[in-house]
Design a protein around this ligand. Sequence first.
Ligand code: NAD
Ligand code: AKB
Length: 315
Amino acid sequence: MAKDKILVIGASGQIGVELTLALRKIYGAANVVASDLREENDLLKGTGPYVSMDVMNKEMLHVQVIRQNITQIYLLAAILSATGEKNPGLAWHLNMQGLLNVLDIAREEKLHKVYWPSSIAVFGPTSPRQFCPQQTVIEPITVYGISKYAGEFWCNYYHQRFGVDVRSIRYPGLISYKSAPGGGTTDYAVEIYHEALAEKKYTCFLKEDTYLPMMYMPDAIRATMELMHAPANNIKVRTSYNISGMSFSPTEIAASIQKHIPDFQLSCVPDYRQAIADSWPQSIDDTVASADWNWKPAFDLDKMTTDMLQNLSKK
Ligand code: NAD
Ligand code: AKB
């Protein structure tokens, strides 16, 4: 581990900030280079090296990998489900070409490992709604889901054909207090905590009984580390692993918040994101990840609510 030097692409985003900080704890600050198209996130400032970079500029990316002696890449730059529907061409272009640029460079420079997240958005209306299995019918209806599903097979292809050790997780909707979410359908589950503390009320853009698979960020970061540190022989799935944390509806998260803020009020005015949410499963079967690399979540809804409200109150 000590010999590795890591490049995090998309480090100023919701996952990137926390993943970069976690990687710096393990590998040492100087060995984790954060990069993004936008400015360095405040939480990263002063914690380690940062370069401004566009993952679409393959030449520049290649130069950075060589110049900085990079051995692992975590690729987080993407356009998520809700924003993707506003500009499908751009979402497809970034989500695909960014990944192909990284996989090509990983192959050419013989990088030790690549991490690239997929999403529960690969599933569509024809996938099982409950405990959606690792392998099943997959017919996504969003450009984001299509790009993730295609990306999974590019990862598998580069592993089988060129031996690139690329690993992936299908994250559920992620909830965090440190950094803001970046244009997804599950973002309401972050906004609701901020509004509960600030206004004691929140208007949700999904219907009150819309169940979705979700996960608290500490579990997502730990899952990522556990997958990346597992022996290569244990990684039997080279597309992307299902993992599960919790499932809840807007009504249930509101009830969890009301245990701390009794006069909190939820109202719901569904918009175009309802159709996206309705196309995704309500819960995920992660028995393959449990068997291959011992995945087990630690946070349920009430534990997450307590932690979110405590930390956001401090802010
Ligand atoms: P985000 O939108 O918060 O962050 C993405 C970052 O990528 C942003 O900081 C953005 O500036 C950067 N970026 C965009 N275009 C770039 C480019 N051309 N070059 C370099 N950087 C660029 O997204 P996130 O929530 O942190 O998601 C990270 C990854 O995890 C994505 O692949 C996403 O699909 C996946 N994922 C996220 C969730 C979630 O709930 N957050 C769930 C499932 C999967
Ligand atoms: C989104 O809602 O787009 C993301 C995801 C589940 O991939 N949070």
